[in-house]
Design a protein around this ligand. Structure first.
Ligand code: ATP
Ligand code: MG
Length: 355
């Protein structure tokens, strides 16, 4: 039974890191006889340049009919001044919405060999292994009205925070299901002392939690969570939160590891899942063969686990990443913590050699 994976390299270092991922996918497909076919399409600035649109309908359709999508990154200074409907990032919002990707998973793991890369003391981050479950298709990102209008003769910006019970229920179940396979604790993060959406969030999460008596639930206000992530990050297992809070908290959690270049993500819904590194297109280092591909390779591991149903291939990649880091290899962004500094392509080859 063959599988189809759509590759969307995008812009900047996106193309460089996805090239390494392609090698690993091909290797594991052959090794396990999975029969993965890949298909590459333009997205973001690359698509704007070629087709004057951030993502073509036929690319969205190709993604919908695939088993999984691997995305590099989109954007860069060249497109910064484009009007809002022609921004590279529009491609991401369109894909998330059209693929129904409401469940964004961002695992944050501090590798023991890299605990002194963190801006926090090594003993504070030692053993940190948490998962941010971020709602991805609701809240301030999509709520209408969303506009700049005139109020009392003055320019006024309006965004709308909106969540339905159904939207909260499905992301809550995703978080509790994930917690069951981990250490069995969910921290639901909201601003229930102020926001109506958060009051509905807290009530709904509490009700769904009753279906999971084996999982511990705590509620935490978002400001407190921002503080606890710095004070005692190993106190967290699964953090469940809405779209905007999740965006901010996952960047904060990412920095516990000391590098944005090593964190993967998965975006899941009822259909095709999409996988991408947490970092952006990094225009400052694009084209130099120095970008760290490990976030993308770890995203490929999540793809094998959640979309291709191949846990062994997923753990092969994760174990290879750990082994390579423990042996003292890393890329330029982590050179202070590496005995051997590798280029993007050398890192891809190194991982291949130990899988
Ligand atoms: P975006 O708006 O797309 O998120 P950004 O500039 O905010 O772009 P990144 O593209 O993630 O954020 O880059 C932030 C910094 O981290 C840059 O200095 C970049 O060079 C560095 N960086 C990001 N990803 C990597 C990587 N994979 N390897 C090495 N350095 C990276
Ligand atoms: Mg950024």
């Amino acid at each position: 039974m063959s599988k189809k994976v759509v590759l969307l390299p995008g812009d900047g270092i996106g193309a460089e890191v996805v090239r390494e991922a392609e090698k690993i996918i091909a290797h594991l497909s052959d090794h396990y006889g999975i029969g993965i076919e890949t298909e590459t399409h333009l997205v973001g600035g690359a698509s704007l340049d070629a087709h004057d649109i951030p993502v073509k309908d036929e690319v969205v359709e190709a993604c919908k009919s695939a088993d999984a999508v691997l995305l590099g990154a989109v954007g860069g200074p060249k497109w910064d001044d484009y009007p809002s409907d022609k921004r590279p990032e529009k491609a991401l919002l369109r894909l998330r919405k059209d693929l129904g990707l409401f469940n964004n998973l961002r695992p944050v793991t501090v590798f023991s060999s890299l605990k002194d890369a963190s801006p926090l003391r090594p003993e504070v981050v030692d053993g940190v292994d948490l998962l941010v479950v971020r709602e991805l298709t609701g809240g301030l990102y999509f709520g209408e009205p969303k506009e700049i209008t005139e109020v009392n003769g003055e320019e006024t910006g309006v965004d709308t925070m909106r969540y339905s019970v159904t939207e909260i229920e499905r992301i809550t179940r995703a978080a509790f299901d994930a917690a069951r396979k981990r250490r069995g604790k969910v921290t639901s993060v909201d601003k229930a002392n102020i926001l109506a959406t958060s009051q509905l969030w807290r009530k709904t999460v509490t009700r769904i939690a009753a279906e999971y008596p084996d999982v511990e639930l705590e509620h935490m206000l978002v400001d407190n969570c921002a503080m606890q992530l710095i004070r005692n990050p190993s106190g967290f297992d699964v953090i469940l939160t809405e779209n905007m809070f999740g965006d901010i908290l996952s960047d904060e959690a990412a920095m516990l590891t000391g590098s944005i270049g090593m964190l993967p993500s998965a975006s899941l819904g009822d259909g095709t899942g999409m996988y991408e590194p947490v970092h952006g297109s990094a225009p400052d280092i694009a084209g130099k063969d120095i970008a760290n591909p490990l976030a993308t390779l770890a995203s490929v591991a999540l793809m094998f686990r959640f979309s291709l149903g191949h846990e062994k291939a997923a753990s092969d990649i994760e174990e290879a990443i750990s082994a390579v880091l423990n042996a003292g290899y890393n890329c330029k962004d982590m050179s202070r913590h590496a005995r051997h500094v590798l280029s993007t392509s050398e890192m891809g080859d190194k991982i291949l050699s130990v899988i």
